[in-house]
Every structure is written in C-alpha cells, then in structure tokens.
Design a protein around this ligand. Structure first.
Ligand code: ZN
Length: 378
C-alpha cells in the first residue's frame, strides 16, 4: 500500500503489531520515536506486566494531554475475518484490522496532528503530553490508574485531556463524551426461615418479605439527573430463591442490583437510602457493595469549547456532548481535576470481527486534533 496519508500509514504500522491486552508489541516505542523526534521527553512506566508511556513536550502549563491505549481486544476466530486481523488493508474506503477503530486509528491521528502542530508552532503555549497504556481493555489496574497516581505524587498537573476512544456514531465528531455515569453494584441477601409450605406459621418466607421492599426500590426516584446526565437508574439484574421443590419455603432470597448513577447522587447516599428502605420493611438482610466506577463530568469550559470549535471548523458539524455508554480510562484521569473529553472515530464495529473504520475519517480526525491544539495552545 503506497500513497497512504501519514495517519493511515502509521495506523497500519500499529495495527500490524499483535498487541492483544496486556501486550504492547512495540506500539509505544514506535509512537515514542515519532514524538521524541519533535521534542517530547519520554518516560516508560512499567507496572506489573503492562507498558505505559508518558511523554511531554514543554514544561509550562496549561497541559493538553492525548490519552489512549495500544492494546486491543482478542480477535475471536481468525478464520471468520475477511483478512488476517493484524494485516491491515484499505478496501472500499475502509481501513480493516483489529484496533482500526479502537483505537490505533486515533493514536496515529494524534501523533500526526501533534507533528504538524509542532512544525507550525514550535514555540506553542503550555505543554503537550501523551498518556498511553496497554491495559485498557483488560483489568485496567496497571495502566492509566497507576500513571495518574505517579503524576499526582509528583504534583504534575494535566489541565485538559482528549481520550481517543471511538465516540462518534454517524459521522466523525458528531458526538463527544464529556462524562460517564457511575456504576454501583450490590448483592442483597434477604433472610427468612426455611420450612414446610403447609406449616407457614413455622417458617418465614423471604420471597414474600422481599417482594414489597423490592417493589419500593424499583419505584424509587433516586434523583432527577441534570443537564448532562439522565436520572440515576436502579435495576435488579438477578433474583434467586427456592429449593426447586413446591412444598418448601426457602430460607433466603438473593438479588443482584445495579445503579448507573449521575453526579446528582453519591455512593454513600445511595447506600444509605437502600438500607433505609430495607429497614422500613423490617427485613433481616446482608448487603455487599462494589463500586465499579465513579461518575465524572466535564462541564462546558475551555476544553469542550475548543474541541467543539475545532469540529465545527473542520467538518461544519455542531458536536453533541454526551455522557452515555460504558466506562473508559477517562474516569481515572478526571480524578486529577482534569477536564476530559473522549473524541474518536465511529464506534460501529469496535470489538467485533472484521473491525473497520473509514480511512477518510482518520484524516479528518487528524485535522480535528490539530485544530484543537491550535484552539488551546496558540
Ligand atoms: Zn478503546
């Protein structure tokens, strides 16, 4: 494949390395080489079996950081791909290969955008940084979260961060993610007393005891959401009781519950309200809580304005901020008080067989990243 744009050529180089989580397969070295050549100071941070790269150009603030991951999800059955997943091709205007959309295309666009920006503005304002991990698609315990801890320990501040996750739905730049909901889980066990159905006065049926309490929980309004978040939602995802026999009152009932919560609610507040409701129903119960992510929100400000202006300038489109979807590494970066947005290509085929992305979109994305740099650091 000759005559590829610099972004597509770098994207192909990255895709041809099998960097299934937690492997990086030399992707960070390749990016680092390009960044060092335009004045970045590189720092490899290895935690456990995960490679991470922190790279920075400049010593002053404000700091605009590009963040992302070089790891990819497993290919699934290779024989069901139209071409080998780590042998990228461009066909019908699409770049095909594992990681094309999530998110080696974005990584290539970031590097090329920065190269162009630095060539045009060698004495730009503030600093540009890259925070790259190879542990986003896996447990995400040795990656961004650890790099963030290191930066916090040494007092290194990041003002703005663009995460290259594929945020777009119909056209590149139509959606940017400016926050994510939190996720809170619990295992609830309601205790009764096992017995014979014919002698209910000798038993206590946990199903009968639980039903009105679960109905109250399901009907509760937890908050009204806000301008950026839908109302907090409560779902019972599993419910289980009974021995399988028709003549036995079971001893306990187990339910798994999940909150997807907005910034109007807190973990402690939701926990308290659940126990209040269970107590009002006079139940004997155990509750085990796990938090799988805290919510974050980037309100309109310099970053969101800069990104929106860049998207309008390059595509003519008015972007739509959204907080929908699952979690991403943005949640770790936001804990530093950093404004965070996710902006990347279309997410239609991510994690699927035959992952692909529009080749032209990656060049457009490069222009958007470059225009954002110009908005914020000129
Ligand atoms: Zn991703």
């Amino acid at each position: 494949m000759t005559d590829l744009s610099p972004t597509l050529s770098l994207a192909c180089d990255l895709i041809s390395r099998d960097s299934t989580t937690p492997e990086d397969a030399g992707c960070q070295a390749l990016m680092g080489e390009r960044l060092a050549a335009v004045g970045f100071r590189l720092e490899s941070m290895r935690f456990g079996d995960v490679n991470n790269l922190w790279a920075r150009r400049g010593t002053e603030g404000p700091v605009l950081c590009f963040a992302g991951h070089t790891d990819v999800v497993p290919t699934g059955p290779v024989e069901r791909w139209a071409q080998p997943p780590f042998e990228p091709v461009i066909r019908d205007g699409m770049l095909w290969g594992r990681g094309a959309a999530d998110m080696k295309g974005s990584l290539a666009a970031m590097v090329v955008a920065v190269e162009r920006f630095v060539a045009a503005h060698p004495d730009h304002k503030g600093s540009i940084a890259f925070l790259i991990t190879s542990d986003e698609e896996g447990p995400a315990t040795e990656g961004t979260v650890k790099v963030v801890e290191t930066l916090v320990e040494r007092g290194e501040k990041v003002d703005w961060c663009i995460v290259g996750e594929p945020s777009s739905t119909e056209a590149v730049g139509d959606i940017v993610k400016n926050g994510r909901r939190g996720s809170l889980n619990a295992r609830l066990v309601i205790k009764g007393k096992q017995g014979h159905v014919a002698y209910p006065h000798l038993a206590r049926n946990p199903i009968h005891l639980a039903a009105p309490a679960l109905a109250t929980l399901a009907q509760e309004t937890w908050d009204a959401g806000n301008e950026f978040f839908p109302p907090t939602s409560f779902q019972i995802s599993n419910i289980n009781a009974g021995t399988g026999a028709t003549n036995v009152v079971p001893g306990e009932l187990e339910a798994l519950i999940n909150f997807r919560f907005s910034t109007e609610s807190t973990v402690e507040g939701l926990q308290l309200r659940v126990t209040d409701i269970l107590d009002q129903h006079g139940l004997d119960y155990d509750l085990e809580w796990t938090v799988s992510g805290l919510p974050f929100l980037t309100e309109p400000g310099a970053l969101l304005n800069g990104v929106s202006a860049a998207i309008r300038q390059v595509t003519g489109r008015d972007t739509q901020p959204s907080t929908s979807g699952g979690t991403s590494d943005g949640r770790f970066i936001a804990t530093m008080g950093t404004q965070v947005v996710e902006l990347g290509p279309l997410n239609a085929t991510i994690h699927q067989l035959n992952e692909h992305v529009s080749a032209a979109d990656l060049d457009t994305l490069t222009d958007i990243y470059q225009a954002t740099l110009e908005q914020l650091l000129c």
